[in-house]
Design a protein around this ligand. Structure first.
Ligand code: AMP
Length: 279
C-alpha cells in the first residue's frame, strides 16, 4: 500500500500504472463508508490498478458550511481501502493543491444553476476544479462516482465532454443503510432523533415511486405529498424537485426517466437523496 502526497510522484506513478492496463480512479473526501467502498470495489474488479484520492476540498465548501468539522480519519480509511485491495492512495495537502497564487477555476454553467448549485453558490465550481486537477494528475481511464450525488456526476460528465478529457465516468448505484437512509459521511452529525426522522427522505422517494406506478404524472402533486411527510418529521426542506435527468431542469409532467431530487435539513445537517420515479 502506498500513500502518496506528492503530485509529481503521483503523476509518474500513474503513468507507469497505465502501462499495465486500464487505471480506475475513485475521488473521495475520506471518512469512508460502504457507499464509497462500493465504487472502490467496482474499480478494483474492473481495472488492473485502482487509485483512490482522499482530499477534503476546501473550495467546494461555502463560508458557513462544515469544512472545519468535516469528519476525517485517514488511518481508518487506509485500513478499509487495504481490505478492498487498493494499493495506491493519493492524499495531497491543501497547500499542494491550492498553492499561493492559485487563480484558475472551472465554472460549470447551467447545470450548476439549479438544485444544490442554487443553494450552495460556488460549490460546483470547487468540485469541477478539483476533479479536473485530479484527472490531470491521475489521468485515469475510468472514474467511479456515486449516483448519490446525481447533479455532481451529471456536471462532471458534461465537463469531460466539453473539455475533451480522455476518461469516462462509471456511475454507481446509491448504497443505503439497512433502513434506507442513503449512506453519507455527514450522517455522523445526526443525533438519534434526527437519524430516525431522516428516514422520511427515503420513505418520501418510495412514496413518489408508488404514486408514479399508480399512474400519477403531476409532479406538483407528487412533490406536495412527500413534502408534507418530510415536514411532519421535522425536516426543513431546501428543495424537492422532479427534474429531467440530462438538463436537470424541473418538469411538470412526470416521465419514466424523471428524477426526484431532494435536499433537506435536520438541524444543521443537510442531507441529499434522489431516485428515478420509475422503479
Ligand atoms: P464524497 O467523499 O462525499 O465526496 O464522495 C465520494 C464519492 O462517493 C462520490 O462519487 C459520491 O457520490 C460517492 N458516494 C457517497 N455516498 C454514496 C452512497 N451512499 N452510495 C454510493 N456512492 C456514494
Amino acid at each position: 500500500m502506498q500513500i502518496i502526497q506528492d503530485i509529481a510522484l503521483t503523476k509518474s506513478l500513474c503513468r507507469s500504472l497505465k502501462q499495465e492496463g486500464s487505471l480506475g480512479f475513485v475521488p473521495t473526501m475520506g471518512y469512508l463508508h460502504e457507499g464509497h467502498l462500493s465504487l472502490v470495489k467496482q474499480s478494483v474488479k474492473e481495472n488492473p490498478n485502482t487509485i483512490v484520492s482522499v482530499f477534503v476540498n476546501p473550495s467546494q465548501f461555502g463560508q458557513n458550511e462544515d469544512l472545519a468539522t468535516y469528519p476525517r480519519d485517514l488511518e481508518r480509511d487506509v485500513a478499509l481501502l487495504q481490505e478492498c485491495g487498493v494499493e495506491y492512495i493519493f492524499n495531497p495537502s491543501t497547500q499542494a493543491i491550492y498553492p499561493n497564487g492559485f487563480d484558475t477555476w472551472v465554472v460549470p454553467d447551467k447545470l450548476a444553476d439549479v438544485l444544490c448549485g442554487k443553494s450552495r453558490p460556488g460549490h460546483f465550481r470547487g468540485v469541477a476544479t478539483i476533479v479536473l486537477k485530479l484527472l490531470n494528475i491521475v489521468s485515469p481511464d475510468h472514474m467511479y462516482m456515486g449516483l448519490k450525488d446525481f447533479q455532481q456526476q451529471r456536471i462532471l460528465k458534461q465537463m469531460i465532454i466539453d473539455l475533451n478529457l480522455d476518461c469516462d465516468i462509471v456511475a454507481c448505484p446509491i448504497v443505503r443503510e439497512a433502513d434506507g437512509l442513503a449512506m453519507s459521511s455527514r450522517n455522523s452529525y445526526l443525533n438519534p432523533q434526527q437519524r430516525e426522522k431522516s428516514l422520511s427522505l427515503y420513505q418520501g422517494l418510495l412514496k413518489a415511486r408508488e404514486l408514479f406506478a399508480q399512474g400519477e404524472r403531476d409532479c406538483g402533486l407528487i412533490i406536495n405529498t412527500i413534502k408534507e411527510n418530510i415536514e411532519n418529521s421535522g425536516g426543513v426542506i431546501d428543495y424537492i424537485e422532479c427534474v429531467d435527468p440530462l438538463s436537470l431542469q424541473s418538469v411538470q409532467e412526470a416521465e419514466a426517466d424523471t428524477r426526484m431530487m431532494l435536499a433537506v435539513y435536520f438541524g444543521k445537517t443537510r442531507l441529499i437523496d434522489n431516485m428515478a420515479l420509475k422503479a
